[in-house]
Design a protein around this ligand. Structure first.
Ligand code: GDP
Ligand code: IMO
Ligand code: MG
Length: 419
């Protein structure tokens, strides 16, 4: 298929970075459409381990173009330091990274306010990444955001800040010191200017010329501002529907949608997580799966695979295929559980509830499956997987009514089984 979107089906960190990196070999362009440097996408190759926050995970292929689309929010300082970090590792960036001129930028006061606002929520705090993402999107919808094009035009940049910090504005009342950032950020703008362009125009021209595009989602369906466990979500739409608005292409240009899920579930930050393990077992899986945030280093919460969540993700994203990652992390278990439905006040629920109180009070219905108790990380062929691992995969495919096309058995490129 021509243009494929790669979408997280859970609460982020499903292994999108690895999947995008291996698929990128077959595409011409890799494009991010939402989120910001709250994302942390890990790619491991012979050149070492890379964590990408804003730069698409296709950047390791020097002949491909990577796009940061209009729907992404960009912290210029963070982006420049990410560019430096990968240049140090001898990765080519000049000429193959394109940044959209309509993308909104994150300034230091967005990060300050992000942390203040989250703290002020008290017991309702979200546990954001503190990267200013929510506040940048807040300014965007409040029509006071500053875009990449504005940053590159000194007059506009100064004028917008002046308006935003006017005497009656909410920013003025926050008593943020603006003076220092203007010159610093104008300089960042200059440094980024040669990457900045109308990426929608570029993308549409390339698609018309027959080029293949891989769309890289950040976060996951359950962190989506509309469909996630609101308010314990991020501020953008990671779901497939946002690919079009986040890149300025028509939805008709998306040919296929690939969902990525772990063979179990993780979540960083606060909010409901029905299948979360007991603390002792969680610690065991966290260690085996190295479940620590790629952006903030926080320990990730871990739990069983939740078919209610995944069926929901299949529906919301219109998924065509599935990539299952981290199957190897379950290697040593005697028994594996899959949550197949929830039960609330005696009623079986097969759809994810919108009211969080219901989610929290649900009883979970689990199906028990045999573990395989064998190291599968060296297996490259589906037929060679232990019978119990194949049964687990088959059952997931049945429960979600979708084909599995990729199975990942380790973090490296080669630790992959293609179906
Ligand atoms: P993303 O945000 O969806 O790109 O995922 P992250 O990079 O934040 O987290 C996934 C973590 O799992 C990273 O440390 C990857 O290197 C690692 N990983 C990816 N696939 C596999 C796999 O199949 N097995 C194991 N053991 N680790 C994996
Ligand atoms: P990738 O792309 C996992 C979580 C935060 C917090 C909530 C809101 O690596 O999968 P935010 O800073 O976005 O306002 O925080 O969303 N979160 C992620 N969790 N992976 C991510 O990205 C995340 N990006 C945000 O932990 O609970
Ligand atoms: Mg991540």
């Amino acid at each position: 298929m021509a243009n494929v979107a790669v979408i997280g089906m859970q609460w982020g960190d499903e292994g999108k970075g690895k999947i995008v990196d291996i698929l990128a070999a077959e595409f011409d362009i890799i494009a991010r459409y939402q989120g910001g440097n709250n994302a942390g996408h890990t790619v491991i190759t012979e050149a070492g381990e890379f964590t990408f926050h804003l730069i698409p995970s296709g950047i390791l292929y020097p002949e491909k173009k990577c796009i940061i689309g209009n729907g992404v929010v960009i912290d210029p300082r963070a982006l420049l330091s990410e560019i430096d970090y990968i240049k140090e590792k001898k990765v080519k960036v000049n000429g193959n990274l394109l940044i959209d001129e309509r993308a909104h930028i994150t300034l230091p006061y967005h990060c300050t306010l992000d942390s203040i606002i989250d703290e002020q929520r008290g017991k309702g705090r979200l546990g954001t990444t503190g990267r200013g993402i929510g506040v940048t999107y807040m300014d965007k919808v409040s029509r006071i955001g500053i875009r990449m094009a504005d940053l590159l035009d000194e007059e506009t940049f100064r004028e917008k800040l002046e308006i935003n910090f006017g005497e009656k504005s909410y920013l003025h009342q926050k008593k943020i010191n603006l003076g220092e950032i203007v010159n610093e950020y104008l300089l960042y703008g200059k440094k980024l200017s040669h990457y900045v362009t109308d990426t929608s125009l570029f993308l549409n021209q390339e698609i018309a010329a027959g080029k293949k595009v891989l769309f890289e989602g950040a976060q996951g369906t359950m962190l989506d501002i509309d469909f996630g466990t609101y308010p314990y979500v991020t501020a953008s739409n990671p779901v497939a529907g946002a690919v079009a608005t986040g890149l300025g292409i028509g939805p008709t240009k998306i040919d296929e949608v690939l969902g990525v899920t772990k063979a179990y579930t993780t979540r960083v930050g606060e909010g409901p997580f029905p299948t979360q393990f007991s603390p002792e077992f969680e610690e065991k899986i966290r260690l085996k799966g190295n479940e620590y945030g790629a952006t903030t280093g926080r320990p990730r919460r871990c739990g069983w695979m939740d078919a209610v969540v995944l069926r929901y993700a299949v529906r919301i994203n219109g998924l065509d295929n599935l990539a299952i990652t981290k199957l190897d992390v379950l290697d040593e278990l005697k028994e594996i559980n899959i949550c197949t439905a929830y039960k609330y006040q005696g009623k079986i629920l097969t759809e994810f509830p919108s009211l969080l109180r219901v989610v929290k009070e649900c009883e979970l219905i689990y199906e028990k499956m045999d573990g395989w108790n064998e190291d599968i990380s060296l297996i490259r062929n589906y037929d060679k997987l232990p019978a119990a691992a194949k049964n687990y995969l088959k059952r997931i495919s049945e429960l979600l009514n979708i084909k599995i096309s990729i199975i990942s058995v380790g973090p490296r490129r080669e630790e992959t089984i293609y179906l």
